[in-house]
Write a protein that binds this ligand. Structure first.
Ligand code: TGC
Ligand code: FAD
Length: 404
């Protein structure tokens, strides 16, 4: 196992042997740009993420130095327009990039999801031209880091109950309240925060680091997504200029529209985590000898591997079709919920099965499956829990709301 001296992070010696798996030859459905993007991100993950990720996770440290590299490979806002310094690619390219990042670690994908889909996207979709020009090019380059504040200590699945609020004060609003479980908040330069105005209407605001009364303490003690930094957002009479309000949206559909964008990315991303676990388990099953033969020669191991690749292939098809709908602007929020829910659960089940195939070694940092498994517990919960997405599907097919 790897060791560190003096608390510094050392690169792991073992080579990342990951190979993609494409049982139904879905590459034939991709364009050249998609394959180029995938290969570039895969190489970057092998060089920059795999050698360090186990130890950053163990130490519960966020590899913040990777923000620059993520920007260089175009991971921030890949499908936002080039005019703002973004990728100008399509939704399938965005999905594939998320898949390759999450193949490395869900926390690395989170760094990109939050920046691109939850901060840059609302500024792009709901912001003024001045706000777009001020923030988007710098965020695409990783010069500014953002976070997204929706969840509150007492309002997680039910964000419409939020109590964070703004009061009119001439050329500014006075912001009070708090947000909980916010990815990147302790290191963020800006936060897109959702708060109710005096009429109870949800508005989006850009709150900048350094504004008086604004703090972002870190949350410690996570057993999941340990290479991602999570914190609170605390607002005590923060004076936010009215020019920082996102002018083009009101109501809960503002944050939920951003969530649709990010959940779409997670539907692809989770496949990456599942693929990494499958790839490792397949290789191990051919190398590990018990009872005089490779464990991959036993029927029970084959059952696990066969079911894994079947579920991965179904998830790949779901993501690809969702991507083609998204490219036409036709992917519905409920379709996105189905894919997020299915694909994350699929990846979590695969991580558990892969851990079994690795036997005792599966619980160590020599292999990625235990880390993926722990990460995926968060992915199953954030951006809408597994059960909330089930209820979204239930409401979509029956027309009845079973949330309340
Ligand atoms: P409801 O009445 O259904 O909807 C209110 C308005 O929003 C519209 N809408 C959507 N629009 C776009 N995308 C979606 N996914 C949408 N879902 C709903 C809806 O049409 C309506 O519009 P309008 O014009 O009629 O006003 O709202 P509700 O209060 O009944 O809530 C429904 C529910 C429970 C599904 C929703 O609140 C929900 O999705 N809850 C889960 C909360 C959640 O996902 N939180 C995530 C926080 S952010 C996060 O986890 C980031 S992790 C990042 C990382 O590290 O990667
Ligand atoms: P709750 O809403 O309290 O749910 C608890 C349980 O009750 C769940 O199983 C849920 O499914 C169930 N439940 C709730 N309502 C119903 C119902 N009507 N019917 C049936 N079951 C129900 N949020 C942000 O805003 N920004 C971020 O950047 C962000 N990053 C995160 C990072 C991490 C590491 C984590 C763990 C969370 C993050 N979140 C973020 C918050 C995340 O979105 C919430 O944790 C999630 O939405 C669930 O809210 P909750 O934790 O309050 O659980």
């Amino acid at each position: 196992m790897q060791n560190s001296e003096n608390g510094t992070i050392q690169k792991r010696a073992r080579e990342d042997q990951y190979q993609g798996h494409d049982y139904y030859v879905l590459d034939e459905l991709l364009e050249e740009d998609h394959i180029l993007a995938r290969d570039a991100v895969r190489d970057w993950v092998k060089q920059e993420v795999s050698p360090i990720i186990e130890e950053y996770s163990e130490k519960a440290q966020c590899p913040t130095h990777l923000f620059k590299g993520l920007a260089d490979i175009g991971a921030f806002g890949p499908s936002l327009p080039a005019k703002y310094g973004c990728g100008g690619m399509d939704e399938i390219a965005y999905g594939i990039i998320m898949q390759e990042l999450e193949r490395g670690d869900s926390g690395i994908r989170s760094m990109a999801s939050v920046q691109g889909s939850l901060v840059m996207y609302p500024i792009y979709k709901f912001g003024s031209e001045e706000q777009k020009m001020k923030y988007l090019p710098k965020m695409a380059k990783g010069e500014l880091i953002g976070c997204f504040g929706l969840t509150e200590p007492d309002h997680g699945s039910n964000p419409s109950g939020m109590i964070t609020n703004i009061k009119d004060d001439g050329d500014a609003y006075i912001l009070n309240g708090s947000k909980m479980w916010i990815t990147n908040s302790p290191i963020a330069d800006l936060a897109v925060v959702w708060a109710k105005d005096e009429e109870g209407i949800i508005r989006g605001l850009i709150v900048e680091k350094g504004m008086k009364g604004f703090s972002a303490p870190e949350i410690h003690g996570k057993w999941s997504l340990r290479a991602s930094i999570t914190g609170e957002l605390v607002f005590e009479d923060v004076r936010v200029p009215k020019s920082n309000v996102l002018p083009n949206v009101q109501g809960l559909k503002g944050p939920l529209t951003c969530l649709s964008k990010a959940r779409y990315g997670i539907a692809w991303g989770a496949i990456g985590a599942g693929l990494d676990c499958y790839d490792s388990a397949l290789r191990y099953s051919k190398e590990r000898i018990q009872f005089g033969k490779p464990i991959g020669g036993f029927q029970l191991t084959q059952k696990k591997l066969a079911e894994m690749i079947t579920e991965i292939t179904k998830a790949q098809l779901l993501a690809w079709r969702l991507g083609t709908l998204a490219n036409k602007g036709k992917a519905t929020p409920a379709q996105i919920s189905m894919a997020k829910r299915n694909n994350v659960f699929m990846a979590l089940e695969i991580a558990r099965e892969a851990r079994q195939i690795h036997g005792g070694m599966g619980i160590t940092n020599e292999y990625s499956c235990m880390r993926h498994m722990m990460n995926l517990e968060t992915v199953l919960t954030y951006e809408g829990t597994h059960d909330i997405h089930l209820l979204i599907t239930g409401m979509d097919v029956t027309g009845f709301n079973a949330f309340t």
